[in-house]
Design a protein around this ligand. Sequence first.
Ligand SMILES: Cc1ncc(COP(=O)(O)O)c(C=O)c1O
Length: 341
Amino acid sequence: MRNSLAYSSARSLITSAKIFLDANENSLGSVLGEVAGVELNRYPDPFAENLRKELARYVKVKPNQILVGNGSDEIIWLLLLSFVEANEEILTFTPTFSMYRVFANLLGLRVREASLEKDFSLDAEKFLAAISKKTKLVFLCSPNNPTGRTIPLADVEKILRAKKIVVVDEAYIEFSPQKSVVPLLKKYSNLVILRTFSKAWGLAGLRVGYGLMDSQIVEILAKVRSPYSVDALSQKLAEKALNLQKKMEAGVQKILAEREKLAGKLRDLGLTVFLSDANFLLIKFSPEINATKIYENLIKKYGIVARDFSAKKSLENCLRITVGSPTENTKLISAIKKILK
Ligand SMILES: Cc1ncc(COP(=O)(O)O)c(C=O)c1O
């Protein structure tokens, strides 16, 4: 485990201060003035205390169990940096979100990937058998990107009992009919949950994600993080967003309805559409149709960008499509129809 001193700015230790001459900021103010009530000439709160308080209310954990990051990507990076050494490994399954592997490779860490079943479900017993002495972190993406399936709570719990640090990436949980694994935090100090403002909250441009975990793990990760990775404007806007939970939930319902409509239309075109608990659909073309050609034609002729997974084992001839706005989905269906003709 890497060890360094947690960053602490002089300011975070002094609550009564009125005049700030400690951080070489510009005391005349920002050239933009205040934006959304934020004084941009000041460095942001490195601990995002206000945002953590709001998040604690939303997810029903204590503020000291929350770490806010520059997207949940940053927290994946911090977990790898803090808990895995070069000759040790992470365990995940395939197919899944690629950043676990990408970041692990960048750090020279070993990645072991267990295969999902043909229907993209996870066989927890088989997965447990892939855990070795060298396994330091386990990544479970649920709902999984790009398959859309949520891992049953009982299976997550089985994996937690192996006593490794288990990261459950819930980037898409707001779209899932299954509840979050948050209640398991009370029972398992080896559980880390990743969440993001990039999906259901519609704030991918802000770059705010957060992790929920035992407060001791928060402290370990805080030691290796860059203190100002989450800017002041993003912190403030994420706080504001949390007060609009009803609006987020209404948006989720609209996306779910749109997803089902889109799935029906794609099935009508003869495509295999996998069940999804997220805001995207994984679709498979029959063998006589080349998914990559469809993908390329969608871009070239219609300016529609999907994600081509055909080259990936177990995702042969598959594309992943994000559920768009009603107009975008209508255009997508019409484009696929024309290409298939
Ligand atoms: C499963 C999963 N986790 C994490 C992320 C990254 O989220 P963020 O925007 O918070 O970095 C994504 C983004 O696509 C994702 O699909």
